[in-house]
Design a protein around this ligand. Structure first.
Ligand code: PEP
Ligand code: MN
Length: 280
């Protein structure tokens, strides 16, 4: 790219070649990329069927088109809730089906790829696994869309090379997700790097989502950053929502209530329109 000291191989599969259109990934009829903005919402972790069902029902009512929820959770402490595992996957798939929402969930281990693929419509690689190259290589061999989150302290170049691993394996359905990076700022959980969103949109043909929940760690900042993400050109957002955030088993502080989420949806609509997009 002119004026930028970017050293990437010209023939990298992630790069957008001249006249190459942006990649649109179709997930059960729901387009990610292109003109529309997609909203993925749900709890950090699947805790039980009732909570997931209530969350899904409410976020769908406000306009979310996909449901998220972790069954395998990468927690800092081994004593924190680790997720329900396969039981969580079963619950997620059941509720997704019932609500007619494609489902997104994280896969942490190569050994779980096959199982997670049986239940999920999109597999997520978490920030902590962005450079788990054996995981990336295996995900290159499956036929499911992958959300690749940016590593906690990854450069944009490292993030794109990580995506390249999946594309090089033959899986072209990669969705990038900026979720904040670690900086010297301690008052927010991470620092949302919106220039990275604009830059990877320019450099690559891949859809780019923003996760304003992990990017900030603070509930009141989620909606402002969601608005900013869409203004910066993101193709959608992934947001944590919990009916009782104070009782959530993980990430309650950054989870919106269903009411807060409904407000977020109202606020992103005019921003999407202002940048020539529409919320799908
Ligand atoms: C998540 O989305 O549940 C998650 C753990 O996010 P990250 O990998 O970005 O921390
Ligand atoms: Mn979380």
């Amino acid at each position: 790219m002119k004026g930028l000291k970017i050293k990437l191989a010209d023939d990298m599969l992630v790069l957008r070649q001249a006249n190459q259109p942006a990649t649109v990934i179709n997930v059960k009829g729901c387009p990610i990329g292109g003109d529309s903005i997609v909203v993925v919402a749900g709890p950090c972790a699947i805790e039980n069927e009732e909570i997931l069902k209530e969350t899904a029902f409410k976020v769908r009512g406000s306009g979310a088109v996909m449901l998220r929820g972790g069954a395998y959770k990468p927690r800092t402490s081994p004593y924190s809730f680790q997720g329900l595992g396969e039981e969580g996957l079963r619950i997620l798939a059941r509720i997704g089906e019932e609500m007619n929402m494609p489902v997104v969930t994280e896969v942490m281990d190569t050994a779980d790829i096959e199982l997670v693929s049986q239940y999920a419509d999109i597999l997520q690689v978490g920030a902590r696994n962005m450079q788990n190259f054996s995981l990336l290589k295996k995900l290159g061999q499956i036929n499911k869309p992958i959300i690749l989150k940016r590593g906690l302290a990854a450069t944009i170049e490292e993030w794109l090379w990580a995506a390249e691993y999946i594309l090089a394996g033959g899986n072209s359905q990669v969705i990038l997700c900026e979720r904040g990076i670690r900086t010297s700022e301690p008052w927010t959980r991470n620092t949302l790097d919106l220039s990275a969103v604009a830059l990877v949109k320019e450099l690559t043909h891949l859809p780019v989502l923003v996760d304003p929940s992990h990017a900030t760690g603070i509930r009141s900042l989620v909606t402002p950053m969601a608005r900013a993400a869409i203004a910066a050109g993101a193709d959608g957002i992934m947001v944590e929502v919990h009916p009782h955030p104070e009782r959530a088993l993980s990430d309650g502080d950054q989870s919106l209530t269903p009411k807060g989420f409904s407000q977020l949806m109202k606020e992103i609509e005019p921003i999407a329109r202002a940048v020539g997009r529409r919320v799908y």
